[in-house]
Design a protein. Structure first.
Length: 182
């Protein structure tokens, strides 16, 4: 009988701990106006590294450590990917970043989704929107966003891992102005 009470206690404690973790992730996200990070991005086995700055709602600037000086910029409505030799302009709403960079959307989804603990280090939330599965990962200890997994606009599997995350820094508002075409 004591064995069953112990198992029931562990189950209840485990659920309570998951709820606490989820609440702390939500609170951390609510308290974040912007953040910067270094990243490693793997798209179908091609790995790129760089640095990004995100400002809620839906603004991002990323510089890739590549010889072609690749940057990715969103002003909240459009997304530009620019290199020395190419220029692509997309409506942000047609990309998974439209959802990932929308703090209010993330808060709503996280609040209504069941979290999964991965390798006892990460917390994953999975949601499907417009036939796209998006996985968002948070650090279990500090509750920071540490990555996402999506299909990009070309249906390539894209995994982005964030590290060296800094929150609520002073950011230059001109950083999110879309660059001009070459």
């Amino acid at each position: 009988m004591k064995k069953y009470f112990f198992i029931l206690f562990l189950i209840l404690y485990s659920n309570n701990t998951l709820a606490e973790i989820k609440d702390k992730i939500i609170q951390n996200l609510k308290n974040t106006d912007n953040f910067s990070f270094d990243f490693e991005q793997n798209i179908n086995g091609k790995i790129e590294n760089g640095n990004c700055k995100v400002k809620y709602q839906k603004k991002i600037y990323c510089y890739y450590d590549t010889s072609n000086e690749k940057i990715l910029v969103s002003n909240g409505k459009s997304l530009v990917i620019k290199t020395k030799t190419s220029f692509y302009l997309y409506p942000l709403e047609k990309t998974p970043l439209n959802l990932i960079l929308d703090k209010n959307y993330l808060l709503e989804k996280i609040n209504n989704l069941e979290e999964k603990i991965v390798e006892d280090k990460f917390v994953r939330f999975t949601f499907i929107e417009n036939n796209n599965e998006i996985n968002i990962f948070f650090n279990k200890k500090n509750y920071n966003l540490i990555g996402w997994q999506t299909l990009d606009i070309y249906q390539n599997l894209s995994i982005t891992y964030l590290y060296s995350v800094l929150k609520n820094q002073n950011l230059d508002k001109n950083l999110f102005v879309l660059p001009k075409q070459n």
